[in-house]
Design a protein around this ligand. Structure first.
Ligand code: HH2
Length: 284
């Protein structure tokens, strides 16, 4: 009985089949203050080098972000965010990188210009509920959309998965009203975003409930505090924990994994694919 439903994402220039083969989104933060890699890739050449490394290791998508969501991080203006992300996107495309590039932003203006520079997927950590105009950008440009659950006003006494389903109802209504194709939407439970430690693990345990909504699911746990707090280790010692969550997310039916460390996650996911479907039969 396959755990993975099959979908197809079609960012410009590529077709990404989602199913048994786990897909990897490599994180490229061009920010000075991201929690684990801030300041490392802000120079364009360093960003390009890291993107190339991640692709060589098996990344399917490069996710470029210009504003940290780390608790306590300052929000940046659209102009500042654009000044960070546009040179990086342009450099990747100028260097001949054809892989899908997602732009990690909730700002419609940033998404619009990032797409003009070569981004082909929008990744919105506010699930269209911060700037609903982002939906119109995705619709008019025909760009797939990752929508993440982040509800700071959530009633923490209520069931987290039920609240998430209600949040996504709103998100999906905004998307639908703007004319976003249903086939271009990916859901993300937003690990670490306004959630307690036990809620993060409950979401991982109950991920099949999100998968059952009938959209591809992206898991983003890489180096996060749900691992660091559990193990009492800093961000650079969270790889084994990250890999464990990726594998658990995969066996629960998730399709995409947003990670910093491509190779170890890829290897573990290839093994998980073989365990679920057999060593020859996972690429569909
Ligand atoms: N997490 C972060 C940022 N963007 N996007 C999606 N779809 N899902 C996530 O879980 C997610 C995300 C936070 O992690 P990171 O980019 O490593 O750090 P920072 O926000 O400090 O740049």
């Amino acid at each position: 009985m396959p755990v993975h439903r099959e979908y197809e994402l079609a960012p410009a220039g590529a077709t990404l089949r989602l199913g048994r083969r786990a897909r990897l989104m490599g994180i490229l933060n061009v920010t000075p203050d991201s929690f684990s890699d801030g300041g490392r890739f802000d120079a364009v050449s360093a960003a390009l080098g890291q993107a190339r490394r991640m692709l060589a290791e098996g990344a399917d998508i490069i996710d470029i972000g210009g504003e940290s969501t780390r608790p306590g991080a300052d929000e940046v203006s659209a102009a500042d965010e654009l000044a960070r992300v546009l040179p990086a996107i342009a450099a990747l495309r100028a260097d001949g990188i054809v892989a899908p590039i997602s732009i990690d932003t909730y700002k419609a203006e940033v998404a619009e210009q990032a797409i003009a520079a070569g981004a082909t997927i929008i990744n919105d950590v506010h699930g269209l509920q911060r700037e609903p105009e982002l939906a119109a950008v995705a619709a008019s440009r025909g760009v797939p959309l990752v929508v993440m659950h982040w509800d700071k006003a959530r009633d923490a006494s209520r069931d987290v998965m039920a609240e998430m389903a209600r949040y996504f109802e709103v998100t999906l209504r905004i998307a639908d009203e703007a004319g976003v194709a249903r086939s271009g939407i990916v859901l993300d439970p937003g690990f670490g975003f306004a959630k307690s430690l036990s809620e993060n693990y409950e979401i991982l345990r109950r991920l099949p409930e999100l998968v059952a909504l009938g959209y591809p699911v992206l898991v983003g746990t890489s180096r996060k505090s749900m691992i660091g707090r559990l193990l009492d280790v800093p961000a650079d010692e969270r790889l084994a924990g990250t890999v464990a969550t990726s594998v658990l997310g995969y066996t629960a039916g998730a399709h995409l994994f947003r990670v910093h460390d491509i190779r170890p996650n890829r290897d573990a996911l290839r093994v998980a694919e073989a365990a679920l479907y057999g060593p020859q039969d996972q690429d569909s």
